[in-house]
Design a protein around this ligand. Sequence first.
Ligand code: ADP
Length: 405
Amino acid sequence: MNKKKLENVLVINCGSSSVKFEIYNMTDGEKVLAKGLVERIGLQEPMLTFKRADGKKQSEIIRIKDHKEALATVCAKLVDPEIGVLKSLKEVDAIGHRVLHGGSKMTASTLVTEAVKDKIRECFPLGPLHNPANLAGILACEANMPGVPNVAVFDTAFHQTMPPEYAFYAIPREIYEKYDVRKYGFHGTSHRYVTQATARFLNRDLNELNIITCHLGNGSSCAAIKHGKVMDTSMGLTPLQGLVMGTRCGDIDAAVVLYLIRQGMDVDAIDKLLNKQSGFLGVTDIHSSDMRDLIEAKEKGNPTAQLAFDMFLARLTSYIGSYFVTLQKPEAVVFTGGIGENSAYVREQVIARLGVLGCVLDSEKNKVTGKACLISTNDSPLKAIVMPTNEELMIARDTVAIASE
Ligand code: ADP
């Protein structure tokens, strides 16, 4: 059967008040033609930023009231005679959408149909902030570019291979059956991209690759990858579980929530406390959730910054240690995300605690930022690798694979 040749792929990531977009030419070296952002949708003075690959950039306040109108302005910019990158919208061959939550049923990226839209809707309770916005993005693309295939790429899908002993919480089975309460995991598109890229980097067959991937950004998660598939991951029913993050607490005794309710806090206040006011932001007095600020403050002797940093390291290295056992001696620990790709200091501090697992840092190689590199010594039994992630490109690749079928 002849496959359709897809050239231009638009990648969309919709938040409740934002649309991030990136357009790729997939037949010309997966080149980014332009990217940008609509922010403050539904708020005062929404803003569009459009940046072409050659650096030409426009930012303007736009009059829009919802995602559909936001997408209409993005479409107009794509074909704008001054800054656009396409002659006509007919040149958009397919659209890939990041969708946060796919529940237990969406185990892979998929062409958007009415049934798939229903499944995304069914997952609204699991991803109450993101899934409605993700669906709004799909509907907006259908309205603005009728006939162009849309592909949904789920943040949870890559983690669906977790065996039940890792995927389930030790609570009565009927709670899962009734409310879908289990571990799903997030950042799946990033963990998948990095896993594939590491297999290529190490010249290994994906099915033979056993690694620990650490996506360290504003939100952070790690995953135990066995034979190229997820065996365990640190995030759970929601992205709150696991590592200490910019504003999220990560692992916590669930009874803390009960205790706070009994002290008179309501559910929304606790939600905000644990998701938006905790992590680096909550532990420190520096009013920042940014790792760079945390390191700077700690270096100036701020004890709250030191504590938050130590908590981050302690939690992360506990996960790595535990995954080392889960995987029975993986080949490598892989660092990605804003912190993992850019902070030689964080990597050095993590690896300093992994000596017992046989990981030896090469300090010279560790100076790398933002490019794939082996940062452990050549004879280190456990390798350490920096591997930049690219979730948008992964979405674009899935979109080509699925829409050309
Ligand atoms: P998101 O999770 O929102 O995609 P990123 O992956 O871009 O975010 O990661 C953002 C985080 O990366 C911030 O905490 C930022 O401080 C951190 N970061 C970026 N560059 C550096 C650096 N050179 N050193 C330390 N942290 C860095």
